[in-house]
Design a protein around this ligand. Structure first.
Ligand SMILES: [Zn+2]
Length: 689
């Protein structure tokens, strides 16, 4: 074997001695780990993907030439371990307990009463409350800061060794960050591995394309991905983790659960956002209601909240009973699945002319919402699931998507059920219905099908598009049926006379509607673009595009290469955009809208210079000595940053003045960077030049 001392590396273009080499390798690893943490744990990257890949390539090159320098916690070692023949078993040094459940308010109150009784107190108990992620429970062991063993919960005492698979998850540090807090000799971290809702849908979409069986929900997908003997497969699934507890700890001690979570943040472990401390049941119920409302927008599935007694001393006094801790409980949400009957199947025509069969259901409550319709997607789906009118079915609401029928309960069939077939003509305009070769969707061929126009107008006026208040479905139907609105631009030429000529339209409401139409003219590029209803261009894509182009003119002048160069824009979206802007009729409508006075501020895209805090959010706490709070906030705004008042994972910096409040603690729990007033002055001074 050659001595590495005498060899040189060409990867970074310089000749290196042994010590320089080790320093370069250490440096690269540190940079990669730092940026990995920014990206996967803090959700706030500092460098581009290309720069990151470049660092990785440099390190891979060096490790290829000096394989003896590879360590098991090197960032290159996340992927590429040889496939296993089977999983080894791992005994947990402390059992991994499972939580008991509370199904309603009463049971949560009983839980609190029980705790007070066990502790012999009538005082309020302090609880940490956190969202309950619907994922797979795992334990990760760090010895002297280095990840050594990872396992599933298994039966609570013995789990499966999935170390290689857990190492592929980028939000799990291979080595604990030691800055600011010493690293314990032994740290057993417990957490929940999960798959985000978008990633889950994307994974299933790809599996469908490849003819593979679909996962029933994100939890199953996460579990299936973790139980791969070949970690290369796991590495391809965008899994993530939220850490929420500890097993054994050596060389560190804490008074409260909250402190543990704060330390997690400092150690580079990912903690779930939206944690809170509650001192009474009313606050807990308030928190539960808030999370019920927010659950669909979180980006990952949660199925309830968890309450934990904050004091670790009280936790150990309370102990456990029959494999569940007495000091914690899961307060579950109403289930999102339920059973009901299909009373009819109707067909809806969308603004693109797509015919969608919809099941009319006997109303059923799912996840706190009453559901009476569920999409059946298309004829193929109906045939595959064999859904008939009269069937008893399982329906579910998943994430933020519309309710759907999961399956038919065939044992409930009476023989009276009727099969469904797509109509041959459009139920709205009577034109022929056509199903393109290789596609699942039937479309109306009517060029001037009012369904398309009606849906386009409804979409244009909807809350998240142009937000024209008071333009309801019935009104849209009248306006289009009477020919007063032939395209969306016609909305801006409506007169009061036009409106009062309609059924049930009084003077006052006509005036109000004209007012909201006028008001809608001042909008944002994002809303304007979304309102146009371009196929595949939803809210999310509209936002990305508005962030990448200064105005519509620039966007309309774009080309395929430029579009595809934008992160998250794929060929499907690019193609749809370019097609849309090729149609003279569409250009005419956009021009008429602009002539009617629809305006929006040009976006910051392409002119970020001078806005050097762009994309950063700041929270101030405590008294500042050289600014008032308002001045400091104004400075941030002037430089393109965003001052906010509460700390979240999205916060870039918490600026700490004299006598800071609990925000600093919260920032540390979320691993948000805390800076002093001097550092803040330096930051704005440095960038203001
Ligand atoms: Zn039609």
């Amino acid at each position: 074997m050659q001595s590495p001392v005498n060899r040189c590396s060409t990867h970074i273009g310089v000749t290196m001695k042994k010590d320089d080499l080790q320093r370069t390798i250490d440096n690269l690893r540190e940079k990669i780990n730092y940026n990995n943490h920014r990206y996967y744990v803090l959700d706030d990257p500092e460098i581009s993907d290309a720069e990151y890949d470049n660092l990785m390539r440099q390190l891979e090159g060096l490790e290829r030439d000096w394989p003896e320098r590879i360590t098991s916690d090197s960032p290159t070692q996340r992927v590429g371990a040889p496939p296993l023949g089977e999983f080894k078993t791992v005994r947990h040094s402390l059992p991994m307990l499972s939580l008991s459940n509370a199904m309603d308010e009463e049971e949560v109150k009983e839980f609190d009463q029980r705790i007070k009784k066990l502790l012999g107190t009538t005082d309020n108990i302090e609880y940490v409350v956190e969202p309950k992620v619907d994922g797979v429970a795992v334990e990760i062991v760090y010895e002297h800061g280095e990840l050594t063993v990872g396992s599933t919960r298994g039966d609570g005492n013995i789990g499966e060794g999935i170390t290689q698979n857990l190492k592929t998850i980028r939000s799990i540090p291979l080595r604990i960050i030691s800055s600011g807090r010493s690293v314990p000799e032994l740290l057993e971290v417990r957490g929940e591995v999960y798959l985000g809702t978008r990633d889950f849908q994307e994974l299933n979409r790809r599996r469908k394309e490849e003819g593979e069986p679909l996962f029933a929900n994100p939890r199953n997908a996460a579990a299936g991905s973790l139980r791969q003997l070949d970690s290369v497969i796991t590495a391809k699934r965008p899994l993530s983790i939220f850490c929420h507890g500890v097993g054994n700890m050596g060389g560190a001690s804490f008074d409260t659960h909250w402190e543990v979570l704060s330390a997690f943040g400092q150690w580079g472990l990912k903690v779930i956002p939206n944690l809170a401390i509650c001192n009474n049941i009313e606050d807990i119920i308030g928190y539960y209601r808030e999370m019920t409302e927010r659950r669909d927008g979180l980006g990952y599935e949660i199925d309830g909240i968890v309450l934990k007694v904050n004091s670790l001393r009280l936790q150990s006094t309370l102990g456990a009973v029959s494999r569940s801790p007495r000091w914690a409980v899961a307060y579950k949400f109403e289930p999102k699945q339920g059973t009901t009957r299909v009373t009819d199947i109707v067909v809806q025509v969308g603004r693109t002319g797509a015919l969608t069969p919809v099941a009319i259901l006997e109303p059923v409550r799912l996840g706190g919402v009453e559901v009476s319709r569920a999409t059946l997607h298309n004829q193929d789906e109906i045939d595959k699931k064999d859904i008939r009118v009269g069937d008893t079915v399982v329906v579910q609401r998943a994430g933020d998507v519309i309710p759907e029928v999961v399956k038919v309960i065939e044992t409930k069939r009476t023989g009276e059920e009727k099969r469904f077939a797509m109509p041959e003509t459009c139920p709205v305009c009577g034109a022929k219905v056509f199903k393109p070769e290789g596609e699942a969707v039937h479309r109306c061929l009517g060029l001037s099908c009012p369904a398309k126009l009606k849906e386009a107008v409804k979409h244009f006026a909807s809350k998240r598009a142009m937000d024209i208040d008071g333009l309801g479905d019935k009104l849209v139907a009248q306006l289009t049926d009477k020919g007063l609105v032939k395209d969306v631009a016609d909305l801006y030429t409506l007169s009061k006379e036009d409106l009062v000529s309609l059924e049930r339209m009084a003077d006052k409401s006509a005036q109000n509607l004209l007012g909201s139409i006028e008001k809608s003219k001042k909008t944002t590029m994002e809303r304007f673009l979304y309102a146009l209803g371009i196929r595949h261009v939803g809210e999310h894509i509209s936002k990305i595009l508005a962030g990448s182009f200064k105005n519509m003119r620039d966007l309309m002048d774009t080309n395929e290469d430029e579009l595809i160069g934008i992160h998250e824009i794929g060929p499907e979206v690019a193609d749809s955009m370019l097609r849309f802007f090729k149609e003279n009729d569409n250009l005419r409508v956009i021009k008429r809208l602009e002539e009617a006075g629809v305006t929006y501020p040009e976006t910051e895209a392409g002119e970020r210079k001078g806005n050097n805090l762009a994309g950063m959010t700041f929270v101030f706490t405590g008294a500042l000595s050289s600014f008032t709070r308002d001045e400091a906030k104004r400075r941030v705004s002037e430089l393109g940053g965003k001052p906010t008042s509460s700390v979240s994972r999205k916060t870039t910096y918490v600026v700490m003045g004299k006598d800071p409040g609990s925000k600093v603690e919260r920032a540390r729990a979320l691993a948000v960077r805390v800076m002093t007033e001097d550092e803040f002055r330096e930051l704005i001074g440095a960038v203001a030049v």
